[in-house]
Design a protein around this ligand. Structure first.
Ligand code: CUA
Length: 369
């Protein structure tokens, strides 16, 4: 009841970008739930009024100053009992029909739905677009920034690699658990282009609070153009002797003499030999505006990139990315020693990562404040 009331109160608020709007009516999912809840609330109010009236009426009618004698005493009243059983049964049937109707409207995945695979891991989200395979091979994927079209159903197929996580982006639909060894599919939708906040809502470990994501809803034409451009994208070849080229080499080869693992062991960059699957796909890293599964955004994300590469498990507890300052960190309860890169080498890798940019017309953050 309180939840629905909260949704009602907040529905009228302006949908400022990047704000969590509880019960955002731009989403068909939320509209369906809203109208169904309205029926439940209306019936509850009716019952409350009826019961209150009966209570006050009875108390008033049989006040002692009106009746010196006790009221008539009797046992059994079939008509009254039939009403008392029949009315609640009818209410339960009505609510069941409404619920089943909403489920039938929300759940089937139509052929026309766009599909996105969602994979949750401690502590980040992988979004891949299974209808589109990149020309470099492999599926187009993006970490922690879910890109979707507006005014179309988007079927999310979700599973978890480790523990149970919670996918929650209330502007586009309800909340679902992401469960290991099970794929759950459901539809989300929004009518309005914009950027929406998502969070993990299931306590899942040290960085549960740092397991955020963005939903970027684009007009359908722009979404399709993003997919087409992303499909054709190949990482630019760094100029010889540039910082990007040094970064590219470190990224793909690491620095074995100091124990620094290559980034490519865990990360994929479309159109390059880097094909790791353990960490986020970095093909469009330069286009992304968030870092560390939404821990930092915009300018702050830029500033944090150096520290992120240098000591990810320090700035984000539980991060499985190695340390590159030679320090120790925990992997599944075991202490592991990281490799070493110099600050200049880390800057070279940063320069390479920033160069991994989609062409301007496919920049899904474009036009976003
Ligand atoms: Cu994942 Cu909390």
């Amino acid at each position: 009841g309180a939840v629905v009331l909260g949704a009602l109160l907040l529905t009228g608020c302006s949908p400022s970008q990047q704000a969590i709007t509880f019960g955002d009516m731009a989403s068909g999912y939320n509209r369906e739930i809203f109208w169904m809840s309205l029926w439940a609330i209306a019936l509850s109010i009716l019952i409350f009024v009826g019961v209150s009236w009966a209570l006050f009426h009875t108390v008033n009618r049989f006040r002692e100053d009106k009746h010196s004698a006790p009221p008539a005493q009797f046992h059994g009243n079939n008509r009254l009992e039939n009403i008392l059983i029949g009315v609640p049964v009818l209410i339960v049937i009505l609510l069941s029909v409404l619920t089943v109707r909403s489920m039938a409207r929300l759940n089937p995945v139509p052929q026309t739905a766009y599909k996105v695979d969602v994979l949750s891991k401690q502590y980040w989200w992988n979004f891949s677009y299974p209808t589109e395979t990149s020309e470099a091979g492999g599926v187009i994927a993006n970490g922690n920034e879910l890109i979707m079209p507006t005014k179309k159903l988007v079927a999310l197929s979700m599973t978890s690699q480790d523990v149970i996580h919670g996918f929650w982006a209330p502007n586009i639909g309800g909340q679902r658990h992401s469960v290991p060894n099970a794929v759950r599919t459901w539809n989300v939708q929004t009518d309005r282009a914009g950027v929406y906040q998502g969070n993990c809502t299931q306590l899942c470990g040290a960085s549960h609070a740092n397991m955020r994501f963005k939903v970027i809803a684009l007009d359908e034409a722009r979404y399709n153009s993003f997919l087409a451009t992303a499909r054709a994208y190949r990482a630019p070849t760094p100029a010889p002797g540039s910082a990007e080229e040094r970064g590219y080499t470190l990224f793909n080869q690491g620095k074995p003499e100091t124990g620094a693992l290559s980034c490519a062991a865990c990360h994929r960059v479309q159109g390059t030999p880097a094909a790791g699957q353990a960490g986020p796909d970095l093909s469009f890293f330069g286009t992304r505006r968030t870092l560390g599964a939404g821990m930092w955004e915009g300018q702050r994300a830029q500033e944090m990139l150096h520290d992120w590469i240098k000591q990810s498990p320090v700035v984000k507890p539980g991060s499985l990315m190695p340390r590159y300052d030679g320090g120790e960190y925990l992997v599944n309860g075991k202490t592991v020693k990281g490799g070493t890169l110099t600050d200049a080498e880390i800057d070279d890798i940063s320069a390479y990562l920033r160069s991994l940019k989609l062409p301007e017309e496919a920049d899904y953050w474009r036009d976003t404040p």
